[in-house]
Structures are given as C-alpha cells and as structure tokens.
Design a protein around this ligand. Sequence first.
Ligand code: ATP
Length: 291
Amino acid sequence: MTTAGLRKRYGRHEALAGVDLVVPRGSVYGLVGPNGAGKTTLLAVLAGLRRPTGGTVDLGCDRRRVAVLPDTPGFDPWLTGSEVVDLARALTAPEVPGRRVAEVLADAGLTGAAHRRVGGYSRGMLQRLGIAATVVGDPELLLLDEPCSALDPAGRREVLELIARLGGRATVVLSTHLLADVQEVCDRVGVLDDGRLLHQGSLDDLLVGRAAPAWVVRCRPPLEPVEAALSARPWVAAVRRTGAEELVVETSAPADAETDLVRVLADVGAHVLRVDRRSADLEDVFLELTR
Ligand code: ATP
C-alpha cells in the first residue's frame, strides 16, 4: 500500500502536507506521532472515509478487502459478541461461511464470552471484539486507529498479541502514540509530525545508528579502578557514571568492545553484577526527530 504526495486541508489548516507512505505487503506498520500529527486523518483518508485535498492512494488491493477499526468502536450493547461479528460478516463479506465467526472469536480469545451481551464486556474485550469483527471478512489490509489506547496492561498485552498474529496474513497499519507498542509488534514504522512523515522504514533502521553504541556495566563499588581501566582502552569513546553501581561505556568500535570489555573487567578484578548492550529506545529517537 502506498500514497504519493497525500494532502488534506481543513480550512486553512493543512493536516497532511504531502505524505508518501510505503507499507510493504504483510507488514505491521506503526504510524506514530504526537497529538494532532495527522494520524487519524491519514487513516481516515486511507479508509476512504475522508477525501484527500491532493495526492493519491494505492491500496494494493480491492477497496472491499480493506477493514477499518476506529479508535472507539461502538457496538449495540444488547448484541452478543457472536452476533456482532456475524453482523460484520453479513455486511462486509456475506460469502464467508458463518462458521468463520467462531474461529475469529476463538483467535481473539473470546470463545467463553461469545454468547454474552457485549454491554458487559471490558474495554480490552471490546477492542479484541472489534479486531475479530474487522478480520472476519478476511481483509488484505487492516487499518487500526489507536488499538491499545485506554487499555490496562493485561488488555493491552492481549490486543498486541492478537495484532502480532495478524502480521503476515494481512497488511496492518496501526496508529498509536504508545512507542512501546510499536517496538513490540511493528516491523515498520512511520513517524508523522505536523502532517509530514519525518522518517519511515524498518524499525531496526530507525533505531540502529541513532544512539551511540554502548554497554551498561553494573558492578560493586568502588567504580574508579573500573572507570580508569576502561578509559585507557582505545575503543572506548566515553565512560559515564550513571548510578552508584552503574557505568555506561560508549564506543566507536563495537566489535572491539565485544571482545575486550569483559577482559578489562576481569583484569581489574571488578565485581560484575551485569553487562548489557544498551538498546536504542524508540522514545529517544522519536523525541530527537520531533523536537
Ligand atoms: P491525536 O493523536 O490527538 O488523535 P492525530 O495525529 O490523530 O492526533 P488528527 O486527528 O488527524 O491528528 O488531526 C490533525 C490536525 O487536523 C489537528 O490539528 C486537528 O486539530 C485537525 N483536524 C482534524 N480533524 C479536523 C476537522 N474535521 N476539522 C478541522 N480540523 C481538523
């Protein structure tokens, strides 16, 4: 699915200012951005719910194979979960056999609640029900607006696991301001700010090369001898004290660090508690990009 020069203007405000989206087939694409960045507008344009002011959308599939889950899906509270999904099936894909309803409810972990009225469902259950209702027609492209907002940690976990299982079977585009969610389930990411795409590509490309490669070393005090020994090594760019028992060792030669770091610690007789490669955090990169 791609867009080219996509624009959307509300009066004098340009909510999308020329967006070129590239979403590979089968990927789980996370659209992230601060409030007002244009995420909802972009998803609504992709879904055909709002007309763009300019540019083009190539869905890569028939529009009837696109399913949309709004951020707050509303269901008639007197219907059961099974009835909600069956209604979605009848409306969007009547050719799909009725037995598929039970299958998607099972995938969403709702078999036990299938015949209960949805008025009594928790938010997490409602969000999973929404996903079940969007996938029952076997869509090729799924557009999910903030699927994990307003969920408690357990509900969020269930929804993320469900989304992760969709990857490969369908192309998924989800919008969120929760960067941890993107880091968990998305393989692609697009950073939208003020109607512009600041970065898009694989999550690895975004993270690798942004933060300087570094190791976090935790050991028992005193840390001075450890700091001194590390600072003397040619591959060490900087050693910073980040806690009573913690050092961050930055390097410009990660391969040398991999072979030498533990040796230096052993030679100096350090009491090592743990050694970790510092992982670049999407939050840092996001703040750097949108600053
Ligand atoms: P949030 O995370 O807060 O939902 P968002 O990234 O989804 O934000 P949008 O809802 O797409 O952002 O809004 C983008 C910009 O367009 C905002 O400045 C918003 O005020 C404006 N906007 C959105 N919908 C309309 C509308 N119907 N009429 C006028 N302005 C709008």
